[in-house]
Design a protein around this ligand. Sequence first.
Ligand SMILES: Cc1cc2nc3c(=O)[nH]c(=O)nc-3n(C[C@H](O)[C@H](O)[C@H](O)COP(=O)(O)O)c2cc1C
Length: 143
Amino acid sequence: MITFYTYLRQTPTWPNGINDGKIIFTSLKNAGADYIHFASEGKGFNHGCLTKDGESLPKFAREITGLPVIANGGLDHSGEANRIFEDGHADLIALGTGALANPDWPNRLKNKDKILPFNPDMFTSGVTIEDQFKWEDAADIQY
Ligand SMILES: Cc1cc2nc3c(=O)[nH]c(=O)nc-3n(C[C@H](O)[C@H](O)[C@H](O)COP(=O)(O)O)c2cc1C
């Protein structure tokens, strides 16, 4: 399994839009990448994954490489997550802040439980799972 860390965060400003993506994605495939994982900078999927002309880079990467593509950016909202699959943007989604706030996110979605918003204060006791439980107890977070 080969993982390339590619910083695709400036996609909206790529001067040649989707044509720059074509060069980069093809190069990744030719270098032996097993998958391509897009990240956003916390401003949502559209900000991180669409070109300035609104074209979907993950969808394009899927089409021209045939590789599995992972999308990211505010996808802990079920409507947004569904949209990614329905519109063919990606094969998988990855959660950052949503997974920190909801470590059991798949079950929450399945059971239609509340999806909690991310709160950076959760790191005030430390960064381990035990520290997070301490913060939840102190903040009286109800799961
Ligand atoms: C605590 C924390 C640490 C992160 N560390 C990294 C990192 O080391 N490398 C990286 O590319 N992105 C990192 N990210 C960004 C996430 O991978 C993700 O792209 C971003 O949070 C947007 O996704 P989200 O809307 O699901 O949170 C980090 C995010 C958080 C909240």
